[in-house]
Design a protein around this ligand. Structure first.
Ligand SMILES: [Zn+2]
Length: 352
């Protein structure tokens, strides 16, 4: 029986892995970015807006299926000392020469790989490969969104070193889910970015500087908020799930004074700017031809057993389960058992 509980708990941890910005916010962000594009690009992007939006979460789904994916979503700037964003080499080859590839990958490679995806998108525009354009545009949207999340720039990514476990999903999933419907996402027209690589590093730097308030305000709030009012239970996909209580979330959101909205708006603008810049650099190819997008196989995202130890960069206790695990044979078998068990004994398994 004890073994069964351990297995169930382990699987629950897997099932409960969160995702950067949460699936909800990633989809919303990619969708909104389309509306900033000029008409010449809109002819291709608008008819596929659902694709761009849905596929915004693909990079997170790949994290458990593709080696080398997980580290593209973050960078632990703090391990490089003060003002790391100024000191770190801009070129990947220089960075590898200085730190070694393994060590770089361990601490996250988001700034370099985001730029690589941008270059790939530019090439796809040059080749006028529309299905590749849309796929890479969706991917790039995801990576740009991730570097706007302050907790993606620190080794204390889930508050695990400061007694704030769960803050990752709190900031990037719970707050947008509760409050994004009131945000203003009109960010204006896409603009040409003359130095995309520098823009990526500036974004990383700004996100890192914002960490102080992300962690500091939650700490303050936690100290003065009644402990028994901090969490509540909500039903998620038929499961009674522990979440940060609405009043607690509301207070935190107020203390952050628009930070989540600002970061979402900046993300949307930067994605549109980067799509547009890639198109300009490719010589503004005619995007008028429509295409039928190939169906994607779910098997692409089946977990790779050798990757099960990958760092759970954005784990949180309150995010919905990832579809990747729902697709795996193991999860299919365990999910109903876990669900049944959680319904019966929610407290035992839900304590973060
Ligand atoms: Zn991500």
């Amino acid at each position: 029986m004890r073994l069964l509980l351990v297995i169930l708990a382990l699987h629950l941890l897997c099932l409960n892995r969160g995702f950067a910005w949460g699936f909800y916010a990633h989809r919303l962000i990619n969708r909104q970015a389309v509306f900033s594009l000029p008409p010449e690009m809109m002819v291709c992007f608008k008819p596929h807006i659902n694709y761009i939006s849905e596929k915004a979460v693909n990079p997170d789904r790949r994290r458990y299926a593709v080696k080398g994916e997980a580290e593209k979503h973050f960078i632990d700037l703090d391990i490089y000392g003060d003002s790391a964003w100024v000191k770190l080499p801009r070129y990947w080859s220089d960075a590898v020469a200085t730190f070694g590839e393994d060590s770089l990958r361990n601490s996250g490679i988001a700034p370099w790989s985001t730029y690589q995806t941008f270059l790939q998108l530019t090439r796809a525009f040059e080749q006028k490969d529309l299905s590749l354009i849309l796929r890479l545009a969706a991917d790039l949207g995801h990576y740009i969104a991730d570097i706007h999340v302050p907790l993606h720039t620190t080794k204390n990514y889930n508050g695990q070193f400061t007694g704030q476990y769960g803050i990752h999903g709190f900031w990037e999933s719970r707050l947008p889910e509760l409050f994004a419907s009131d945000y203003n996402f009109f960010v204006g027209k896409a603009e040409y970015i003359s130095q995309p690589q520098a823009a990526i590093w500036e974004t990383i730097a700004r996100s890192h500087v914002a960490l102080d308030s992300v962690l500091g305000f939650e700490k303050q709030l936690n100290d003065r908020f009644p402990e028994d009012k901090k969490y509540s239970f909500e039903e998620r996909g038929g499961i009674n799930t522990r979440v940060y209580a609405k009043a607690y979330s509301q207070s935190y959101h107020q203390m952050l004074s628009g930070q989540v909205e600002r970061q979402m708006r900046n993300t949307i603008k930067m994605i549109a700017d980067f799509w547009y810049t890639a198109w300009i650099l490719a010589g503004q190819p005619d995007m008028g031809t429509d295409i039928v997008l190939p169906e994607e196989k779910d098997s692409l995202y089946l977990p790779d057993e050798s990757l099960k130890e990958i760092r759970q960069h954005d784990s949180s206790f309150n995010a919905p389960p990832g579809p990747v695990w729902m697709n795996s044979g193991t999860a299919r078998y365990f999910w109903p058992v876990v669900r049944k068990y959680r319904e019966r004994r929610p407290r035992f398994l839900l304590t973060g």
